[in-house]
Structures are given as C-alpha cells and as structure tokens.
Design a protein around this ligand. Structure first.
Ligand code: PRX
Length: 670
C-alpha cells in the first residue's frame, strides 16, 4: 500500500468511525481518537509534554487516594524510571470498590466458562469484591504482609483473579506461574522470588482430561524453604496429598466466618511493586520482570480503552492464560479497571470440537476478541464450516498478539471470522512493556495485513542498525523505544544489573526490545521476530540457553545447541542439536527420553519438535558455537551460510545438513 492509498483509506475510515460512535452512545473514554488527524495531534502532544499527557490519563482512569508530586523522572542511561512519585493508589480498589459504589455494582465483572460446557460461573462486581475481600483477609490471617511474594500456580479458574486482586488489596506481590510449567520451572521461580505462600489446585481440566497439579508443587517445595503455606483449590476432586501444617484447602480458608468481607484496600505508593512475572531472556535463567502499581495500572486501562474501544455493554474475551502478561493486562486488569465484563475460558480451542471458540463467542455475544496467531492458524486448518455454524455478529474488534501474524492468517481472521467487516488489531508488545506499544487504533488506522502498524500515542520507537544508526525505509533493524511509558518494567527482581544489561546497554539511551523490525515508507512497523536467542513457540517465549541448560543436565548429553525452526502453525518450533557423551548411543529411545526430560525440566510447552544427534557442533576457533549456521540449516536456507572461515572444521556443516535432511525428510535447498 502506498502513502496515497493510506491517505485515502484514512478518510474512509474516519467516516466509518463517526457513524459508529453515534450508533453506540456510550463514551467511556475522554481520549477519543476518531481520525488519523486526531491520532497524529495526540501523538505529538504526548511526545512534547509526556508529563501532562500521562498525568491527565492517570487522573482520569484511576482513583488516587493521594495525588502524586512528580509525574515523571527518568534517565535511560542509568537506567532509572519513576512515574507518579508520591501518589497513592491500589489496584484492587480501582478494579472493584469504585465500581461497586456506583451503578456497576450488579454488572457482570467476570464470565467464566469451564472446560466442561455446563461449568459456568458468572460473578457481578459485588460478588467478586466479596470474594476478594474475604480472601485478602484470609491471606492476612496467614501472615502475608505488604511486599511479601505470593506465587499463583493455577489453571484458568476464577480463583486466579480472586487471588491476584486479594494480593494487591493488601500490598502483597503476586507472581503468576503458568500451570503448564513443570515442577522444576515452578521451583526455580518460587526460589527466586522467595515466595511465602503458594496458591494451587488439586488438578486441572484440559480438553476433557483431568491432570494433577498440586503434585508439581509438592515436588517443587522439596527445596523452597521460604514457603510457609500452600492454599489448594479443589477443582477436580482428585485424590490429593495434603501436608500437615503447610497445606490448606481454599474452601476451608474461605469458610472462616470471621473473614472481613469489606477489608479496606491498602494505600500503595505508585512505585510499590504490584507483581513479578518471569519471562525468558537470552540467558539460561528466567527474569523476574517487575511492574509497579500506578504506572502499570494507568497503562493497562489506557491501552485497553484505546485498542479495544471498551464500551459499557461489551463482553471482552482475551483467550490468553492469565499466567502470561497478556492475561494479566487484557484478561484481568485492563477490563476490570474500566468496569468492563471479561470472559475467562478454562479450555482449549479444539475440544470437544474445533468450534469451541466460535461457540463461546455466540453463546456470550463476545464483542472484542483477542487471541494469538497460533490459535488462528490451528483453526484455519480445521476448515471454515466450524465457524460458519455460529453467529459472530456481536464481534466488533479482533485482536492478535504474541507473534508475527502473516498476511494469509490475518486475511482469514478479518475476512472469515470477521466477515470482512471489522478491523484486526495486530498488537505488538512484551512482558516488559506491561501493555501494548504498537497497534492500529480500530476503525481509524488504515490496516495493512501483517503489520502491527504504528506506535500508540506517546510511544517513540526507532529502528536502529547494528552500528546504532537509524535504519532506512524497509531496512531491518532493532526495535528500540526512545522514551519511557508508564507500563514499562522497573527492573529485574533480585538482580539490579540485569535491568541495564538486558535493556539499556546495547544502544545507550534506548530501551532494547530484542525484536527485529522494518519500517516502511508510511512509517508502518513490520515485526520480524527476535534478534536475540529467544524462540517464540506459539506465542510463548523460551530462551535457547534455558533449553540448552535443561538438555545439558541430562546424564547422557555432552553438549547441545537449540534454535528456532519455522513452523506453519506454531510460528516457531524447538529444534535441538545434541552431542551425546562418547559411551551413549543415538537411538530413538534416547530421543524419546530426552523429550520426556525436557518436558519434565521445563514443561510440556517446551517439547522439542526435532532432536538431531550430532558428532560435533560448528565451533569457531575461540570455542563458540556458530548458532547462525544452525538457524540457517533448520530454516532450509543453506545457500547463504555466510562467512565460515572462522570455523575450526567446515566439514561439520555438511554432515549437519545431511543429517537434518534425513531427520526432517526435506531437502534444505527446496
Ligand atoms: O517477539 C515479540 C513477540 O513476543 C515477544 C514478547 O513475548 P512475551 O513477553 O511473552 O509477551 C507476549 C505478549 C505480549 C516480543 O518480543 N510478539 C508479541 N506480539 C507480537 C510479537 N511479534 C510480532 N507481532 C506481534 N504482534
């Protein structure tokens, strides 16, 4: 699309928006962007005076017990970032109390659809408030204090939301650990944040099956001395061992009649820690990304409003598990801060049939739907007939997140799911950013299939080449951000140096995202995937170093190297090159044992697609594995392997290519 066309579409879209706004006479937002001219004007204003722009946003979106003294203090060179210094607020209060004091008291806050179709819970704001206050009061009775860390290791059940808001109500820091992670992954996170309490469930439902969960915590807690209590939700009724004086059932905790169902929310400093969420970086150890109260909440509410155009009567459904940042911001905090109705689904998209998503959209008349390209690609394969059976006319906005969305998938999403009538917002962001940084404004920004389009107002992104100079039009470079935004991370838990090292040292004065990007002649951003050693499998981040550490811990492995391989559904798949110890045999049994090993070490989501046994790995004279070569081999791109002169033994590459072709049944040249 050229600039001329963009301008043309701009006018068309502006007219459409004007028509739409009068059809829905509810205005939740003070910051209405109705045209590209509005967008540009607001963007400019926000860049010129960020303190004024974000100050107004924070004031209009949140309740503050005490106003802040200073809106923004920052220096990326140090790095140091503070928002709304001196201000007092509370996440739980903003999500609940201020709504129940008004006409939203009996409005539905949460619609929960269980994996079994008949398992449904629908809670109003009042009902959610009562449960949160009671559970917060119970946590206090168990000795949880402001600043203490509480690990939440739960499947997608409403107790997840109750736990998060109960923690924030009393100033405790919640640390969600995705229930698909193994005992060992849960253990390292519990150890790193020194959690005092763990909340889990006996088991979980997934696609009609029942699986244990508490057993993982028992395993993990063999070496977690900080944990005093484990609260166990009874989800499946499966036989569950309970350790005396440590484990306690959720229902017993909540049946205490002395719990305070009106427990006041603690006044938190804007910069007090709200939560930690672990994510993979380029090192072996996951990083505890820290988000603080005032800035994160402002940014969650602001971006939800802007990107999902939240309206009073909407049902918003973010399909991401709450154990990931997408679920935190757009499943829980964003919608509840705005007094919206959020949908939560315990199951997966293809059980009992591949129309489960479309069925749920019809059943609850979902208006704004937010999912990952992997799920869309999976559902495309099942055929349009599953979709056509269901009324999708309630849908107004379709969102995509977590990985690049290719044009083919994007077009199907818009034209088949949305009948070509509603916009797709491809939203780019990260655990570290707290909320969306780059996305179209629905019904306003002219869309280009496969591009996340433009930065949101006030977000100043740049594309830098390896030498730090700005990239030219259509030239790939590093996506960096020039200025702070309220939702950005404030550090890495327990490791001060990592904040600078990971995000601010590659290009001085810029936040480094780790992603590659191209900017076209209209300023549209085309995300190209990670530039560091992070693999994105089905929208989930894995560090190759973390995977390699897991393989290397296996008694038969001498050395390993893990890279991402392009995959038609998952985006990327895990491909492991394994060099066994001399006495070990590269058999199929060994391959399956290694697969099981990694599932146990990290979790089922980290199961490698291919394991290739190798005699040796391509190493430089200084002993470094040339990963670039491995990446090219697995992506079938062997014509251009680059400069191999620093390799100790070039013949290794040839052997690797042959073995790869045998294993995957394809020729790298095809
Ligand atoms: O590589 C980018 C990719 O996902 C990474 C962030 O992963 P995580 O912290 O787990 O958060 C996922 C949900 C926000 C990014 O560095 N990514 C995320 N959204 C997109 C994307 N890549 C391309 N297009 C997107 N829309």
């Amino acid at each position: 699309m050229d600039t001329k066309n963009v301008k043309k579409t701009k006018r068309t879209n502006t007219a459409k928006v004007a028509a739409k706004s009068s059809a829905f006479n509810v205005n939740l937002s003070k910051l209405k962007i109705k045209s590209m001219d509005d967008y540009e004007a607001i963007h400019q204003k926000a860049l010129e005076d960020p303190a004024k722009f974000w100050g107004e946003r924070a004031k209009s979106l949140l309740h503050w017990f005490k106003p802040w003294e200073k809106t923004l203090e920052w220096d990326f060179a140090k790095p140091h970032v503070e928002w709304f210094t001196g201000g007092k607020t509370n996440a739980s209060y903003n999500c609940l109390d201020r709504h129940i004091d008004g006409p939203r008291r009996n409005k539905v806050a949460l619609i929960w659809q269980g994996d079994p179709e008949d398992d449904v819970r629908i809670w109003t704001y009042q009902m959610l408030y009562d449960r949160v206050c009671r559970f917060a009061s119970a946590l206090k009775n168990l000795g949880v204090r402001k600043g203490d860390r509480v690990v939440i290791y739960l499947p997608m059940i409403p107790e997840m939301v109750v736990s998060m808001l109960a923690c924030s109500r009393i100033g405790a820091v919640h640390v969600l650990v995705f229930a698909g992670f193994s005992a060992s992954s849960a253990q390292s996170r519990i150890q790193d944040c020194e959690a005092k309490v763990v909340i889990t469930s006996d088991g979980m439902f997934r696609a009609g099956r029942v699986m244990p969960l508490k057993a993982n915590i028992d395993e993990a807690l063999k070496d977690c001395p900080s944990v005093r209590r484990v609260i166990v939700v009874n989800r499946t009724n499966m036989p569950t061992a309970m350790k005396e004086r440590r484990d306690i059932w959720w229902r017993d905790v909540m049946s205490d009649r002395s719990l305070n169902a009106r427990l006041p929310a603690v006044q938190m400093d804007a910069e007090d820690l709200l939560f930690i969420l672990y994510t993979s970086g380029s090192t072996g150890k996951p990083k505890g990304v820290m988000h603080t109260t005032g800035g994160y909440l402002t940014y969650a509410a602001h971006t939800t409003q802007l990107v999902f155009d939240t309206r009073e009567e909407d049902v918003h459904w973010c399909t991401a598990d709450i154990g990931w940042i997408t679920g935190h911001t757009y499943g829980v905090y964003g919608p509840l801060l705005l007094g919206g109705t959020t949908m939560m689904f315990e199951g997966g998209p293809r059980w009992p049939d591949p129309d489960r998503f479309w069925h749920i959209i019809e059943k609850y008349r979902v208006n704004t739907f937010y999912t990952a390209p992997t799920a869309i690609r999976l559902l495309i394969r099942d055929g349009d007939e599953w979709l056509e059976k269901h009324d999708r006319s309630s849908l107004r906005i379709l969102g995509s997140v977590g990985e690049p969305i290719d044009a083919k998938t994007w077009n199907w999403y818009r034209d088949t799911v949305g009948d070509g009538k509603i916009p797709v917002v491809d939203t780019w962001w990260q655990t570290e950013s707290g909320g969306i940084l780059v996305s179209p404004i629905p019904y306003v920004t002219p869309l280009k299939p496969g591009s996340a389009s433009l930065p949101l107002p006030g977000i100043d992104v740049e594309v830098l080449k390896e030498d730090g100079k700005p990239a030219k039009v259509d030239e790939e470079g590093h996506l960096v951000v020039k200025n702070p935004w309220p939702g950005m991370l404030r550090g890495v838990f327990g490791d001060k140096s990592k904040f600078k090292e990971n995000y601010f040292s590659r290009f001085s004065g810029f936040y480094l995202s780790g992603d590659g990007v191209k900017k076209d002649q209209d300023g549209y951003l085309w995300l190209q995937g990670r530039l560091d050693d992070v693999i994105n499998v089905s929208g989930h981040r894995f560090s190759t170093a973390e995977m390699e550490a897991a393989f290397n811990a296996h008694p038969a492995v001498a050395e390993s190297s893990v890279v991402g391989m392009p995959h038609s559904v998952k985006g990327e798949a895990i491909y492991a090159f394994i060099h066994l110890k001399e006495e070990e045999k590269p058999t199929d049994a060994m391959r399956s044992d290694l697969r099981k090993w990694v599932r146990k070490e990290i979790g089922p989501i980290a199961t490698p697609e291919y394991i290739q046994f190798v005699e040796s790995l391509p190493k430089t004279r200084s002993g470094k594995i040339m990963r670039r070569v491995l990446r090219k081999i697995v992506s079938g791109n062997i014509e251009d392997l680059g400069d191999l002169t620093t390799l100790v033994d070039v013949s290794v590459v040839e052997a690797l290519v042959t073995e790869h072709e045998l294993l995957t049944g394809r020729s790298s040249l095809s």
